[in-house]
Design a protein around this ligand. Structure first.
Ligand code: NAD
Ligand code: ZN
Length: 357
């Protein structure tokens, strides 16, 4: 098909306090007495939010440790234990950041797909619809709440399950849930959105569809990080919507160099997505001059420390691993630099870039 025909999240509720409507929303999707499974970031264990999760019957909370970003092995294990205990479930509800959003999508898919989730990393490899799944983000920036992918680290690669069955059936956007995120983390994840915008808006794949979302997302990021002097409730609301629009923008275009290079760091060193993107983007003046200038201003204004020297002391073999992972992301490079990207970003040049980080 020449033009891709994408599904979108069919239902979304927005508003401060909308989390408390969760029970009402999911109840009509309950299938017999099969449970709803809440995948919840471990950071909420024993906190007020945990008590507000509406459990009924056999419903269950599984806390997700996000020290590491989701792995195919972990997803398979959750699926196996749910199948063994219940046969099937009424739905999977993810409450957390990008890591938990992606885990919820992946578990929902794997409840109806055989084998390991690593077999479905790639494009359109999923053949069966997922079970009902709901995303409730608690930190803003990745756009995972709206995207058609769920990124997993598998035995061979870090890659998303990109499929028509991946997007959530329902998203609940409640800006009050993002309170309490640690300052640096909030910034790194927020910058994921900013970088999505810059990479989409300057890319060769840009089109009016992506541009309309990307420009709005960028405007909202600039409002909260550049123009406002203090962070307030409105900033949380704006960034939540920026994340949504940023995700929509890349749906019909692509990300670029920061993401391609950051995947290498993440694969080898386990660097998390948001901070990895910041480490890389900080070095990309040559490719994104205006964006990087503004980025540096936001880092300074918000008094954020970007980790330095992360590639110090790595071996040739380790550099080559990162270079190969990054080089494998051809569409990202092509979006950023055009068809002849390999002539512009040679492996030697990429090595120098990694060495500087
Ligand atoms: P995250 O989900 O890893 O969370 C980061 C940290 O913030 C964690 O320590 C978490 O416990 C904490 N946290 C989250 N909400 C909180 C709250 N309300 N209060 C206090 N602490 C809170 O981070 P992220 O940046 O949102 O997501 C990164 C993940 O998203 C990566 O795995 C990346 O691959 C994935 N990602 C997916 C997509 C997609 O389209 N599917 C896009 C970009 C990134
Ligand atoms: Zn990203």
């Amino acid at each position: 098909m020449k033009f891709r025909n994408f599904p979108m999240v069919p239902r979304v509720i927005y508003g401060r306090g909308s989390f408390d409507q969760t029970s009402e929303i999911i109840e009509e999707k309950r299938n017999k007495d099969y449970p709803f499974i809440f995948l919840v970031d471990k950071v909420f264990e024993g906190k007020e939010l945990e008590k507000r999760i509406p459990l009924k019957g056999k419903d269950k909370i599984i806390f997700i440790d996000t020290t590491d970003e989701p792995k195919t092995k972990g997803i398979d294990a959750i699926r196996d234990s749910l199948k063994e205990e219940y046969g099937t479930v009424s739905g999977v509800i993810g409450i957390g950041g990008g890591s938990v959003m992606d885990s919820a999508k992946a578990v929902a898919i794997m409840m109806n797909s055989e084998g390991s989730s690593s077999q479905y990393q790639g494009w359109d490899l999923v053949k069966n619809p997922a079970v009902y799944h709901v995303g409730i983000p608690t930190i803003s920036g990745t756009g995972a709440e709206v995207s058609r992918t769920c990124i997993l680290t598998g035995p061979e690669r870090k890659l998303g399950i990109n499929s028509d069955f991946t997007p959530f059936d329902q998203v609940i956007l409640d800006p009050s849930l993002v309170k309490g995120v640690e300052k640096n983390q909030a910034f790194f994840t927020g910058m994921d959105c900013y970088i999505h915008c810059i990479e989409s808006l300057t890319g060769t794949y840009l089109n009016a569809f992506s541009k309309s979302y990307g420009e709005k997302a960028l405007e909202l990021c600039q409002k909260v990080y550049v123009h406002k002097s203090e962070w307030d409730d409105e900033s949380d609301e704006d960034l939540m919507m920026a994340s949504w629009h940023g995700g929509m923008s890349i749906a019909y275009s692509q990300v670029g160099i920061a993401h391609a290079v950051s995947y290498g760091l993440s694969y080898l060193l386990g660097t998390h997505h948001g901070v990895g993107n910041c480490i890389v983007f900080d070095r990309l003046e040559e490719y994104y001059p205006e964006g990087v200038k503004e980025f540096k201003y936001m880092v300074e204004k918000n008094q954020i420390e970007i980790p330095q020297g992360v590639c110090k002391g790595l071996s040739d073999e380790q550099f080559n691993t990162m270079i190969n992972v990054s080089y494998g992301m051809a569409p990202l490079w092509e979006n950023a630099l055009g068809k002849d990207w390999q002539k512009i970003m040679t492996k030697e040049k990429l090595r120098v870039l990694y060495e500087e980080m």
